[in-house]
Structures are given as structure tokens and as C-alpha cells.
Ligand binder design. Structure first.
Ligand code: HEC
Length: 159
């Protein structure tokens, strides 16, 4: 059994203090920065799940129905979330260095919502299809297309 000597205790205490400092840093972020972080995290989850399905569709990763259905189910859940509170006004790429969300996303709001609905529909279709490899292959183009359609108009290109 591991013995808890003085050094172990000091090490654990230091680790707890470090974790607290990181946590406090997160709390000190502005509401705007927290909103940007949240929606970029949402996008990261899209990417993670689409990556799994894309890998299988291309044949880079062996198709597995359970894995594919879980990825498609999470993608559909994400795509049907409102996301309302993290597309906060005042957080465009004109307002903040950390944001790549172009200002027209707020001025052309109706169209941006349509783009978002386009992804929701494609993701739900993927969820229904992901039980077979043919299904994934048939549904993936529309999902990727819906991501790209929005990025093309509302995401600042990488500079
Ligand atoms: C309705 C519009 C829209 C749709 C649909 C959309 N995105 Fe995005 N995406 C954006 C915008 C705007 C940004 C920039 C956000 C920012 O920097 O604040 C972004 C950023 C990203 C990023 C960068 C995140 C980061 O860490 O900075 C990734 C990755 C991404 N999207 C992946 C996807 C994938 C994959 C899909 C489809 C499954 C998708 N997006 C669908 C609008 C969209």
C-alpha cells in the first residue's frame, strides 16, 4: 500500500492549489469570452463526431454500427440544441480577437438560423441512417455540406 508521507501530502496540496488557480481563471473570463468559448466547444464536439463518421465513410476506420450510431446520435442532439445564449451580441470577430464569427451572423440572423436548421435536418437524417455503412456514406455529404455552407458565409477564414 502507498504510504502517505509528508512529501505526498505537500504534492497533493500543491496540485489542489494549481487546479483552483486554473478554475478561478475561468471564472474571471468576461461573459463575452465565456460565450465564445462555449460555442467553439460546441463546434469542437461537432467536429469530433463528424470525424468518426467521416473516417468510417472513407474507409480509414473500420465501420462499427454502435460507434457510428452514438456519433450520429450525439451530432443530432448537438445540432438541435438552441445554442441561443452563446451567440451573444458583441462577440463577433470585429469585437473580439478570439472570435471568428463574422458580424453578418447577427445582421442576417434569419439566414444564419436557416443554415443551422439545415445542419439539424442533415444530422437527424444521419442519425436515422447510421446503422449501416451504406447509410453513413449516403448521409455524410449533406452533413459536411451543411457545416461548410454556414462557414462559407459566417466564419472568418483562417488568416
Ligand atoms: C449556423 C452556422 C454554422 C454551422 C451549421 C456550423 N458551424 Fe462551425 N462555426 C461557425 C462559426 C460562426 C464559427 C466561428 C465561431 C467563433 O470563433 O466564435 C465556427 C467554428 C467552427 C470550428 C472552430 C472551433 C474553434 O475551436 O475555434 C470548427 C472546428 C467547426 N466550426 C466545425 C463545424 C462542423 C464540423 C460543423 C458541422 C457538423 C459546423 N461547424 C457547423 C458556424 C457554423
Amino acid at each position: 500500500m502507498m504510504s502517505l508521507n509528508k512529501h505526498t501530502i505537500l504534492g497533493v496540496t500543491a496540485a489542489i492549489f494549481t487546479a483552483t488557480a486554473v478554475f478561478a481563471g475561468g471564472h474571471n473570463a468576461s461573459p463575452e469570452q465565456k460565450a465564445v468559448n462555449a460555442r467553439q466547444a460546441h463546434m469542437g464536439l461537432y467536429s469530433f463526431n463528424l470525424g468518426i463518421l467521416g473516417g468510417m465513410a472513407k474507409g480509414d476506420v473500420e465501420y462499427n454500427a454502435d460507434v457510428a450510431m452514438a456519433a450520429a446520435s450525439d451530432l443530432a442532439a448537438l445540432a438541435t440544441m438552441t445554442q441561443a445564449n452563446y451567440w451573444m451580441p458583441g462577440t463577433s470577430s470585429d469585437d473580439m480577437e478570439s472570435s471568428r464569427a463574422l458580424p453578418n451572423g447577427w445582421t442576417d440572423y434569419e439566414d444564419a438560423i436557416e443554415k443551422s436548421k439545415g445542419l439539424a435536418m442533415a444530422a437527424v437524417a444521419m442519425k436515422d441512417a447510421a446503422g449501416t455503412l451504406e447509410g453513413v456514406r449516403g448521409a455524410i455529404g449533406a452533413v459536411g455540406g451543411a457545416c461548410g455552407a454556414c462557414h462559407k458565409v459566417y466564419r472568418k477564414p483562417n488568416s
